[in-house]
Design a protein around this ligand. Structure first.
Ligand code: NAD
Ligand code: ZN
Ligand code: ZN
Length: 360
């Protein structure tokens, strides 16, 4: 079918709206007409080095238009959001950890299905698609049924997309990995879409102390509005000392969403002896240095992908939290028309908006 995509047409990360062709869904796939798609830092990172005409976008929400012959759990008209791809048969997939799928990179970042084919063509030529299971900077996307999250009828399709990446990543890191309780103290480094989702989830989980750290006064103000008990501008002095002034024994958990090695180091040094630092951000550093004794004392440093979530479980839970006023992500979102994707991307790069959402 003929569709419109926003393809990467310049290595500086410029998107162009282009006509494209999308194949019919295969037996285990679903065709979705997109209503909205969020922009994530990961899209903008990949936009700088992918081949011309690559189609990104991985926070799509919309309506099922057609299902493949083998799909029984979804039907045309169902409201859905699209999440990352996973194989379904490896050990991690079989034990409900699909974000650590053995085929994760091949299925999500290679620009094609497992067999090397792409459902997307521009000017008759196959192009990089299936990004994080979808390539949803487009009017329509084909996704494997394992990537599809059926949404409740009450879900707002203009804002549900970011639940499958940014919001799920931040919140899942809290509810699946750090699991704070009533006496817990948690710090979140970086108060963007991911970090603020961690802040909200920590507050919703009942953590006693939720510290947000950033370099942007505006983002810290938002953090305070959505559940942080303390906010720290890391440019205003030693962060580890200032966290210890709030929590003398150190933190039970910390989350890094900055992708900066110096910040990860501080996030580990702020922990108490049995605390856990969850590393979520993706940055330019190859290595992180952690002091030997700091680690030896019982601390844990763990990487987390997509909040260690099963999207079909966590996304509906987070939507229910939002409906109950416990996960106010609507405060983070700014809506743009699909045609204004470059304006939305620029505002995201500048940090002017926390979560830009394109509406179709
Ligand atoms: N692991 C995963 O599965 C996963 C999923 C989604 C996104 N990500 C990554 O998570 C990161 C965060 O995503 P986002 O959408 O929230 O991005 P973002 O750019 O909106 O947020 C990053 C925040 O870090 C702050 N920051 C920068 N330097 C800092 C410093 N020295 N100290 C404190 N704060 C600082 C920025 O001001 C910004 O608010 C990105 O690297 C993204 O690629 C990872
Ligand atoms: Zn993302
Ligand atoms: Zn797998």
């Amino acid at each position: 079918m003929d569709i419109t995509v926003a393809a990467v047409t310049d290595p500086s990360g410029v998107f162009s709206l282009l006509p494209a062709q999308l194949d019919e869904p295969r037996a285990d796939e679903v065709l979705v007409r997109l209503s909205s798609v969020g922009i994530c830092a990961t899209d903008l990172h990949f936009a700088t080095f992918l081949p011309t005409n690559a189609v990104l976008g991985h926070e799509g929400a919309g309506v099922v238009e057609a299902v493949g012959a083998g799909v029984t759990e979804l039907q045309p008209g169902d409201p859905v959001a699209l999440a990352f791809a996973s194989c379904g048969v490896c050990k991690q997939c079989r034990t409900a950890s699909p974000s650590y799928c053995a085929q994760f990179d091949a299925l999500n970042f290679a620009g094609a299905r497992a067999d090397g084919s792409s459902a997307l063509r521009i000017d008759g030529q196959p192009v990089y698609g299936h990004f994080l299971g979808q390539s949803s900077f487009a009017t329509h996307a084909v996704a494997n049924v394992r990537s599809v999250v059926k949404l409740p009828a009450s879900a707002d399709l203009r804002s549900a997309g970011p639940f499958t990446c940014g919001f799920m990543t931040g919140a899942g890191t809290i509810v699946n990995i750090l699991r704070p309780g009533p006496e817990s103290a948690v710090a979140v480094f970086g108060a963007g879409a991911v970090g603020l989702s961690s802040v909200m989830a920590a507050a919703a989980s009942g953590a006693q102390t939720v510290i947000a750290v950033d370099v942007s006064p505006g983002r810290l103000q938002t953090a305070a509005e959505v559940g942080a008990t303390h906010v720290l501008d890391s440019r205003e002095g030693d962060v580890v000392e200032r966290i210890r002034a709030i929590v003398p024994d150190g933190l039970d958990g910390s989350v890094d969403t900055t992708g900066r090695a110096d910040v990860v180091k501080a996030a580990v040094a702020s922990l108490h002896t049995r605390g856990t630092c969850a590393v979520v951000g993706v940055g330019p550093s190859e290595n992180v240095e952690v002091e030997w004794r700091t680690l030896l004392n019982g601390r844990t440093v763990t990487g987390v992908i997509s909040g260690s979530a099963v999207p079909q479980v966590l996304v509906p839970q987070l939507l229910a939290w939002q409906e109950a006023g416990r996960f106010p992500v609507e405060k983070l979102m700014a809506q743009y028309a699909f045609a204004d994707i470059n304006e939305a991307a620029a505002a995201t790069r500048r940090g002017d908006v926390v979560k830009a959402v394109l509406t179709l």
